[in-house]
Ligand binder design. Structure first.
Ligand code: FES
Length: 186
């Protein structure tokens, strides 16, 4: 269990659409996390079960009886298992495709309950973190454990230590020193 750290309120997350903060992980590395509203009311359940039409040829004689229509428009499948009583989820603030922050300090772009990557436009489900489209298709954002209690959101991930709200850069408000640690190799 460990200590839980109060981050902000659910209301704030919903108002601002995403709430950025910085943590320190087990290895002492800083990492950015975003809180996003998870509303399963907009669970985009578009599953086109487009199974290819089998072209089986029946060596039939003069029988005109092939009117087998299978219109099975099934209902919606309860998409994400987002029922843990939380309506705020937390994800590492980085696209799974390339190194790209989802929230660049101005709030993440969101539409229909999905987080939109600003670089190539892949969209991640805010509730499940899963992406089924674009460059980042078939990947899931790394999750961070949070809990909602009494309208407040708490960080409950034992492996992470809350440092401050905002992005990594906003923490050390140095006076613009040129001490950027570039990490280029060849
Ligand atoms: S960097 Fe996010 S989709 Fe390419």
């Amino acid at each position: 269990m460990g200590v839980r750290m109060r981050l902000t309120t659910v209301e704030t997350v919903y108002e601002e659409r995403s709430w950025l903060f910085t943590v320190r992980d087990q290895h002492g590395e800083k990492e950015e996390v975003i809180l996003v509203p998870c509303t399963d009311a907009v669970a985009g359940s578009r599953d086109d079960a487009g199974s290819g039409g089998g072209g089986s040829e029946g060596a039939g004689s003069t029988g005109a009886g092939s009117a087998g229509e299978t219109t099975s428009s099934d209902g919606e499948r309860g998409g994400t298992a987002a029922g843990a009583g939380t309506d705020v989820e937390a994800w590492v603030n980085q696209c799974t495709h390339e190194f790209q922050r989802l929230d660049r300090g101005m709030g993440a772009a969101m539409r229909d309950g999905q987080i939109i990557c600003p670089k190539h436009g892949s969209m991640f489900d805010a509730c499940s973190g899963y992406c089924d489209n674009g460059e980042a298709a078939d990947t899931t954002l790394p999750s961070v454990e949070v809990a909602v209690d009494g309208g407040d959101v708490y960080l409950t991930d034992d492996e992470l230590t809350f440092l401050h709200s905002g992005g990594i850069d906003e923490g050390d408000d140095g006076d613009g020193g040129p001490s950027s640690t570039s990490h280029l190799s060849l």
